[in-house]
Design a protein around this ligand. Structure first.
Ligand SMILES: Nc1ncnc2c1ncn2[C@@H]1O[C@H](COP(=O)(O)OP(=O)(O)OP(=O)(O)O)[C@@H](O)[C@H]1O
Length: 306
């Protein structure tokens, strides 16, 4: 089956400066595909080309087999996009905006359950300009979904939302995915990317620096798993040094701190069992997507690895 979104060698320059410099990726039907990258990396430019809002200088984009620029109207019927602030009339009430956007689509969703899920019911009579930043954001999410799209593009999904609204929105996106909708998600929140995305393209300086599952990105980062514990009986340094993938050993006040990988953690547990030693206050800290992101987008780390 062809991918829902195919981006091949996308290029876009402003004033002679390439801000998207040969980006390629494919999004499969039903997946949540994340785009992660530092400020100014070219993420919004990339997704706005997918939405047909910007015209690429080079490369090829297909959305369900259609060209977002040449076939703009057909693409608009199957793609829901989170609006930018300036795109909504300040005097429109929440109810009017929902009704208006629902009327654009032949197969629109009932907007009431959406408004309920997004906590917008008490604000239905409020004009857009009078909503708080977080309420405006929730309305944009509702408007992106009200057309029952086959594909939804969310840029900065939960920026400006409080922690509860953010978690409710994540649950909503999980439900949207469960109903078979494909999601293209630009985000700065690692927890959001790790929780929601099936795969992530890390974009840096207009190029794809890595494309993998969240777990795959973490595995390939230099960030180590750290294990610390206080053993009930002494452990031999030779035994610790022989652990697989061990990167460092530290001893302080009877406490041992090791860094390595998942494999090291398993081997430590086996070693402790073999010597019948109990580990008090055992702590394992995993490398996170944060570590992977910093590794992949930090020039100093990349130079050191080269
Ligand atoms: N219309 C434009 N005219 C000129 N330069 C632009 C235009 N749009 C974007 N740029 C520049 O292109 C670069 C990439 O911008 P883009 O918005 O795609 O980045 P981003 O990865 O989404 O960043 P952020 O995380 O800060 O939103 C930036 O340096 C930006 O200043």
């Amino acid at each position: 089956m062809p991918s829902v979104i195919e981006v091949t060698d996308l290029r876009k320059s402003y004033g002679g400066r390439a801000v998207v410099d040969g980006v390629s990726f494919a999004v499969e039907e039903g997946e949540v595909f994340g785009i992660l990258g530092p400020n100014g990396a070219g993420k919004t430019t990339t997704v706005e080309c997918v939405e047909g809002l910007r015209v690429p200088d080079g490369g090829r984009i297909r959305v369900a087999g259609l060209d977002p620029v040449a076939d703009h109207d057909e693409v608009a019927r199957i793609l829901g996009a989170q609006l930018q602030q300036s795109e909504l009339q300040p005097k429109l009430t929440v109810r009017e905006a929902l009704e208006l956007y629902a009327s654009f689509y032949p197969d629109a969703a009932d907007w009431r359950p959406l408004a309920e899920r997004l906590g917008l019911v008490p604000k239905l009579g409020t004009r857009f300009a009078k909503l708080s930043g977080g309420q405006q954001q929730r309305l944009f999410i509702a408007l992106a979904l009200v057309g029952n799209p086959r594909l939804v593009v969310l840029d900065e999904l939960t920026t400006g939302l409080d922690p509860r609204a953010r978690r409710d929105t994540w649950q909503l996106i999980e439900d949207v995915r469960a109903s078979g909708v494909t999601v293209l998600l630009v985000t700065h929140f690692m927890e959001e990317a790790q929780r929601l995305c099936d795969r992530i393209a890390v974009i840096d300086k207009g190029r794809v620096a890595a494309l993998d599952t969240p777990a795959g990105l973490i595995r390939r980062s230099a960030g180590a798993t750290v294990i610390s514990f206080t053993p009930s009986a002494p452990l031999d340094d030779h035994d610790l040094a022989a652990l697989p993938a061990i990167a460092s050993i530290e001893r302080k006040d009877g406490r041992i701190t090791l860094s390595g990988t998942d494999e090291t953690v398993n081997a430590v547990i086996t070693l402790l069992a073999r010597h019948r030693v109990t580990a008090h206050q055992l702590r394992v800290l995993d490398a996170t997507l944060d570590d992977a992101f910093l590794d992949l987008t930090d020039d100093r780390t990349k130079e050191a690895a080269a």
